[in-house]
Design a protein around this ligand. Structure first.
Ligand SMILES: [Zn+2]
Length: 401
């Protein structure tokens, strides 16, 4: 059996792992790099549309583009496996976002172990900032590999990652290390985020919150904080659509037609695509105008989107707005429609990736023989942190297992 990390040995994003034997070739993740790499496309034989298919299966961990973004170029004969929620995001939501079309993918939902050649691939649910995230346990002739994908231990479904730590007899642990460059870490959970938000929402001011529509944990934190402080959350039609694609997770996932949620129809590309698909009008019963919001500003929390921010910020005094930024602070370096609010930002956020202490505890429980770093800029740090043999690979290097 051989392992090749095509990309991700020394970077965060663009992950792709190949595991193969003489007869079978499997890929795990096929992501877009986060940096402006020159060679976005990976050099993998038998993968692409015009090649004769030589890959027996592609297993996607979760719905972040740095893990699935290159799927648009793969030969549609190759089966792609992932969770139901990830499949919803890849097929339905990316289309509304106007991203590359993934409609001809041979997508399969994986809920139970799958056998391909001499491999058994077992999906394992984990906690991450993308709902429906998986790790994969791969068994081949008595050897066991565990590929973590992205994971954390402090979100609303942290028990999933803790269950992953119960897997025993792992020979090779291919483990992410996104946060290893952040030494002074105080663990903040998603519940802490909820508490801090609810605190801010006790104000009489109009509140704005910036967060990703696809970060379901964060949506629930904001929504619960609104309920607690009797505020109404104003979202855009795109967020309504994303929530509908999470419906299958449980009946408890808030939906656009729930109490305390209103919808602002502001235009923009996503809204236009929803209009074209015939979806937009279904949200009409919850429509709200800027005039209505500004008549009772103390009642509302607005999820920021360009259309509504442009309108409100052009007529309303910014000093009367409480502004919460609830995403990775690195994005703030980019110019944005909310630039005028940046001087008064409150940053309330927790990472989608595990803290170092949690990863150390995870490794202690799993007791892997070998750890192979991935999705990290600091692979050389692994040997200081974890008690196992560390095997740092180069992108494209072949390791015999
Ligand atoms: Zn991710």
């Amino acid at each position: 059996m051989q392992l090749i990390i095509h990309r991700g040995t020394h970077e965060i994003g663009g992950s792709c792992v190949e595991i193969r034997d003489k007869n079978t070739r499997l890929l795990f993740d096929l992501g877009l790099p986060l940096n402006d790499a020159e060679n976005i496309k990976l050099n993998i034989n038998g993968l692409y549309k015009n090649d004769k298919s030589e890959i027996n299966g592609i297993f996607i961990t979760h719905s972040h583009p740095d893990h699935y973004g290159l799927l648009d170029s793969v030969n549609p004969e190759i089966p792609v496996y992932t969770s139901k929620i990830t499949a919803n995001i890849i097929q339905n939501v990316s289309e509304i976002k106007g991203e590359d079309n993934y409609s001809d993918l041979n997508l399969n939902i994986i809920e139970k172990p799958v056998n391909i050649g001499d491999f058994t691939i077992i999906p394992r649910n984990v906690d991450h900032s993308a709902a429906g995230s998986l790790a994969y346990e791969i068994i081949h002739n008595g050897k066991k590999i565990l590929y973590t994908g992205d994971l954390r231990f402090h979100g609303r479904t942290s028990y999933l990652s803790k269950n992953l730590a119960k897997i025993t007899d792992v020979d090779y642990l291919i483990m992410e290390g996104s946060t290893l460059d952040r030494p002074d870490q105080k663990i903040k959970t998603e519940d802490d985020v909820f508490d801090e938000m609810a605190n801010v929402f006790t104000t009489n001011k109009l509140c704005f919150v910036s967060f990703s529509s696809q970060n379901l944990d964060r949506f629930i934190s904001v929504y619960k904080a609104c309920l607690k402080t009797k505020k109404t959350l104003v979202i855009d039609p795109y967020t309504c659509f994303v929530l509908e694609n999470f419906k299958e997770i449980s009946k408890n996932i808030p939906q656009w037609n729930w109490n305390n949620i209103r919808v602002y129809f502001g235009g923009g590309k996503h809204t236009e695509n929803l209009a074209d698909s015939g979806k937009l009008f279904t949200y009409k019963s919850k429509k709200i105008s800027v005039e209505e919001i500004l008549s009772y500003p103390e009642k509302y929390v607005v999820k920021t989107a360009k259309a509504i921010c442009d309108k409100i910020l052009s007529i309303y005094d910014v000093s009367k707005i409480e502004y919460i930024y609830s995403m990775w602070s690195g994005y703030l370096d980019n110019p944005s429609y909310f630039d005028i609010l940046k001087p008064q930002i409150r940053h309330i956020h927790t990472s989608g990736h595990a803290y170092i202490m949690d990863l150390q505890e995870f490794v202690q429980k799993i007791e892997p023989k070998v750890i192979i770093p991935i999705h990290t800029e600091m692979p050389q740090k692994y040997s200081q942190l974890y008690d196992a043999e560390i095997k740092i690979l180069k992108d494209g290097e072949i390791l015999n297992l």
